[in-house]
Each structure stands twice: as structure tokens, then as C-alpha cells.
Design a protein. Structure first.
Length: 575
């Protein structure tokens, strides 16, 4: 691996930082260079599309760059770094940083401070206390994950602490201070991590408690996004569901840990949830046992409601995951709460083995029906594509080993409602907790950079497009496929406001979006572009092109009727 020539001082702080990141597996850096970071990035080779096994830097606008490490990690399990100079650049990068925190995704963010002797002198992009006070801003959001590299004698200790945060699925911010990093450092490696390997705590006792709790009770299993990070997760959750005869529901991202063939799969819950899953989860009471596999009880999943089961068993391997208080979610449980800390795959294998040896005496659920929705799908108005037909056709088409992202648009509510079950050929992700419009574009870039030979798809809206369209040119050769839903509105808002504000006329929704020639914009940026016909007559030809690897990036414009109501939005009751 080529090491940057940091002022020809091989053992200075910059070199040590680069070595640390290389040891952590960081090979991709992205963002925009400038004051405060130029001395770090100057030796990193630009990204080589044909040699993505080499360390490289991709110049990409900071807003999109902040999400690249998220997609890179979810696609590959490897770390990436986003880079920004001082001032507004750091704030733009911070949108992705927020979702990394909210979704417990390890990622590296490199930012900088104003020069050592500039405090009080009103420097450009002032980061000091009377300027942006950026370190305190960052620490307000990540109190344990911001490390200011301002002393060559403490760099190694701070990097060791940063490594511990990354190992606990947390993002870290490494704040570069040039006068300290330019100095020589004597220590070239981190002290060994003395922490023992993670293991399930008191699993034997937990199994005994679980066996006692489920006797004669209904068991419902809720699968979340943490479970989806384990190899073979769909097979494990299916085996456990079958042994327990447990009705299984899942969150938007937890679907990646569920098999379509799970006979007890009742569907998605919450935002865009299926009717069977919604009814089942709402029926939980003191006579039931809820088994949660790494699912956060966020608003889009449980709509601010508590765990209503008589006993809740929560499995997680992330210490102080987002939303936990004092190491767990006992504050969200109405009944007894049991928190099991340890690798989820180990916990599931133990439960499966125990069930095989001596079946649990819980009350078994009926297998789920084929159709998980109780109502017929609505149809679009004349001149618009039927999104039900499109989602269903795509659900029978996805190329093997694909990755997909739903941006903050109608797709992240409607796609899963229509398709009902996860597809074995594609993993779909949504950063709904931060709900940053357009952020999924950066994540798609990261996923494609991590898995260049795999197909990467993005559903985005015409409103979201405004947030990332300036970055299209930089990734024209990457081969991403975007489905752009053009409904000339902020669709989620346009659908929700008639229910929230029935007395307000649509003109005052402020949800309109000007229609643009999106295909022309994409082509001007070096992309290929196609517009789907409202009757989907050209869909098969478009899919042939969309499935080709090694071609330029492709934008597919879809004419969408914002009034075609599909997936539910329970959050409307809270507004």
C-alpha cells in the first residue's frame, strides 16, 4: 500500500493517522479537500475505477460524501472515511454523520480546526469558540466519539479510543490540528486491545428464563437492522421462527435478516407496514412474549409505542446503541424486560440448539398467509405509471447479490408495502431515522465503490434529487442505477397533509416541486438516461440496460402520481 509523503517525515502525526486508518481497513476517502485537510489528503491517489482494491480519494460534494461511508459499510462490512475542511463543509458532512449515529454504523469523519495562532483573529471559517465552536457542536451529538488530535504525545491513545468506538458500531470524528500532526511521533503502533472477545453473557440462565416465560404463551419475534449485519441471518431467523412457531415481523432494514421463505413471516411493521404485521404487533399484550433481535423501537417502527408484551427479551451486541438508556430499552417495556448482550448469531444458534434438543412449550402461531395486506392496492390517475406493477415487476427481476437504497421519498413507504417480503437477490436499506432527503445517493455511491461488480440501485424522489444532482458528474462512470420518482411534489408531505390539516387548501401545503427535464440533466452529467412510459411499455428494454455491469451510471425517470396511496404512514397521528 502506498503511504502518503507527509512532508517527508515518515513518523509524524499525519503518517501515524494514515497507518491507523489503513490498519482499520480504510481504503476509501471521499469529500472535498481544502484548508486543514490538504496536508493529509495530498498523498492519497485519486480513486481508480478499475483498481478499487487500492486506497483512493473520491472528490465528492460534502453533503453526499457524508453518506458514502454508510453505504460502503452496509454493502461490505468495511470502513470508509469522509473528509471536509473547516466551516460549512464540516456542517454538510455532518448530515451523514447524524445517520451513522442514529443507525449505529461505524464510519470515520476527518475534519479540521482553524490554525493554532488564529484564535481571536477572525480567521476564515472560524472554528474557535466565538466562531462555529465546531468541536463542541460535534461533541453535543457524539460526546464519546470526537477526538481532537492536538498533541503528538496523545495521538496513539486517542486513536485507540477511536478504534474502540468503531468496534462498537459507532462513527468517530477525528479532528486534525496541523501544528500537532506535523510533529514527529515516536510510537508507530497502537497498544494491543486488552478487551476480551465478545461473548454472550449468561446465555444459559437466559435460556432457562426464556423457557419459563414462553410456557403456554404466544411468542412474537421482531427482527431489526442489527441482526442483518450477521452472515446467514435469514437462515438463522427462519430456523428459530420454525422451532418456536413464532410469528415474525421486521423493520424496514431488519428485512435483510429475514427469508422470504420464512413460513411465519407476517411482514414489515410501522412505516409502510403490511396489514398482517401491523395487526399482529398491535395485538401484543401481557399474555405474550416478545423476542427482539436488534430492533430499535424508533418512531417509524413502533410509532412511539412501548413494548406491550408481558415479557420482552432483547438481543443486541452494541453497547449503548442509539436510544438505549443505561444499556437497554427497559424504559420502553410495560412488562418484564431482559437484555441479552452478545453476538446475535451466537444467541440464535444457542436457542435453536436448545429448541432442537428440547422444544419450547409456547403456543405456536399459524403460518402467515400468502397475502399480507387486507386491502386492494389503489390505482394511479391517467398518464402515470402504476407503481404497484413496477414494484412487483422489479421484485421478480432483481439481479443476484444486488444492493438497493430507498431515499426519503414515496418509495421508502410504498415499495415494501407492495412487495411484502424481502427478496433474496437484493438487500435494501433506508436511513429513515435522520430522514435526510438525498442522502441515499451518497450511500449508493459508497455501496458501488465497495462492490463494483455488483448492481446498486437507488429509489429517489424529484425533491431528493435537488440535494445531490450537483454530484452526478463525479460518479458518471460508476454504474449506479437510479429510479427517480417524478411526482412534481414532496410526495410524503403531499399525501400526509390532507389528513393532518384537512381544513387547509393544497396551495398552502407548500409541497410542490417544479418539473425538470431530469433525463437531460443526467445526460449533461455524462449519465445514460431513460424515461419510463406511463403504461410501462418500455420497461423490459430499460431493465435490460439496467442489469448491465460496466456501463455508465443510469437514471430512469418514472412518472408518478402522488395521489396513488399505497403504504401507510402511522406517524401522521403524531403531527
Amino acid at each position: 500500500m502506498r503511504h502518503p509523503a507527509f512532508n517527508d517525515v515518515k513518523s509524524n502525526g499525519y503518517s501515524r493517522l494514515f497507518d491507523f486508518l489503513s490498519e482499520a481497513g480504510v481504503m476509501l476517502y471521499t469529500g472535498v479537500t481544502g484548508g486543514g485537510v490538504i496536508h493529509f489528503v495530498k498523498g492519497i491517489h485519486p480513486v481508480d475505477w478499475s483498481a478499487q482494491d487500492k486506497t483512493g480519494f473520491l472528490t465528492l460534494g460534502e453533503y453526499s460524501a457524508g453518506f458514502v461511508p454508510l453505504g460502503y459499510y452496509l454493502a461490505s462490512g468495511r470502513l470508509a472515511a469522509a473528509v471536509a475542511t473547516t466551516g460549512a463543509a464540516t456542517k454538510l458532512l455532518g448530515c451523514g454523520l447524524s445517520d451513522a449515529k442514529l443507525h449505529d454504523i461505524p464510519a470515520v469523519y476527518l475534519v479540521a480546526l482553524s490554525g493554532k495562532d488564529t484564535e481571536g483573529l477572525l480567521p476564515l471559517q472560524d472554528t474557535w469558540e466565538h466562531g462555529s465552536n465546531i468541536v463542541q457542536q460535534l461533541r453535543a451529538e457524539l460526546p464519546d466519539s470526537v477526538f481532537v488530535l492536538d498533541d503528538p504525545q496523545t495521538i496513539n491513545e486517542k486513536l485507540r479510543l477511536a478504534a474502540a468506538q468503531l468496534n462498537n458500531a459507532k462513527p468517530v470524528v477525528l479532528v486534525l490540528v496541523h501544528h500537532a500532526l506535523i510533529e514527529a511521533t515516536d510510537v508507530n503502533s497502537l497498544p494491543p486491545d486488552s478487551r476480551p472477545a465478545s461473548a454472550c453473557s449468561d446465555l444459559g440462565d437466559v435460556v432457562d428464563r426464556f423457557r419459563q416465560a414462553v410456557r403456554g404463551k404466544r411468542v412474537v419475534m421482531l427482527v431489526g437492522e442489527e441482526m442483518a449485519r450477521y452472515p446467514n441471518a435469514p437462515a438463522l431467523t427462519t430456523q428459530l421462527a420454525v422451532h418456536l412457531r413464532a410469528a415474525t415481523v421486521w423493520t424496514i432494514n431488519g428485512a435483510n435478516a429475514v427469508s422470504r421463505e420464512n413460513p411465519y413471516g407476517y411482514g414489515y411493521i410501522g412505516f409502510g407496514g403490511n396489514d398482517c404485521a401491523t395487526t399482529l404487533y398491535a395485538s401484543l399484550n401481557h399474555s405474550d412474549v416478545l423476542l427482539i433481535l436488534g430492533a430499535s423501537p424508533d418512531e417509524y417502527s413502533v410509532n412511539l409505542q412501548p413494548f406491550t408484551a408481558g415479557e420482552t427479551f432483547y438481543l443486541s451486541n452494541i453497547t449503548q446503541a442509539y436510544g438505549q438508556i443505561e444499556g437497554g430499552f427497559q424504559h420502553r417495556a410495560l412488562g418484564h424486560y431482559h437484555h441479552i448482550h452478545g453476538p446475535l448469531d451466537q444467541s440464535l444458534r444457542r436457542l435453536i440448539a436448545v429448541a432442537e434438543a428440547c422444544p419450547f412449550a409456547n403456543t405456536g402461531a399459524e403460518p402467515a398467509p400468502q397475502n399480507l395486506n387486507h386491502h386492494a392496492f389503489s390505482s394511479p390517475r391517467q398518464g402515470y405509471a402504476n407503481m404497484v406493477a413496477l414494484y412487483q415487476r422489479l421484485d421478480s427481476w432483481w439481479p443476484a447479490d444486488s444492493v438497493g437504497f430507498d431515499d426519503v421519498c414515496l418509495a421508502y413507504k410504498d415499495r415494501q408495502f407492495v412487495t411484502q417480503r424481502p427478496h433474496p437477490h437484493i438487500r435494501f436499506y433506508s436511513f429513515y431515522r435522520g430522514s435526510a432527503m438525498g442522502g441515499a445517493f451518497g450511500a449508493a455511491v459508497g455501496a458501488k465503490l465497495a462492490l463494483s461488480e455488483h448492481a446498486v440501485f437507488l429509489f429517489t424522489g424529484d425533491g431528493c434529487f435537488r440535494l445531490f444532482s450537483g454530484a452526478l458528474g463525479e460518479v458518471r462512470e460508476l454504474g449506479i442505477v437510479i429510479f427517480l420518482l417524478n411526482n412534481e411534489s414532496l410526495g410524503i408531505v403531499a399525501q400526509g397533509l390532507p389528513k393532518i390539516l384537512p381544513e387547509v387548501v393544497p396551495e398552502y401545503y407548500h409541497a410542490g416541486v417544479c418539473s425538470l427535464d431530469y433525463c437531460a440533466i443526467a445526460k449533461a452529467c455524462g449519465w445514460d438516461a431513460e424515461k419510463l412510459q406511463p403504461d410501462l411499455a418500455n420497461l423490459e428494454d430499460v431493465l435490460v440496460r439496467a442489469g448491465e455491469i460496466g456501463r455508465p451510471s443510469l437514471l430512469i425517470e418514472v412518472p408518478v402520481d402522488a395521489h396513488q396511496l399505497l403504504g401507510s404512514n402511522p406517524r401522521l397521528r403524531n403531527l
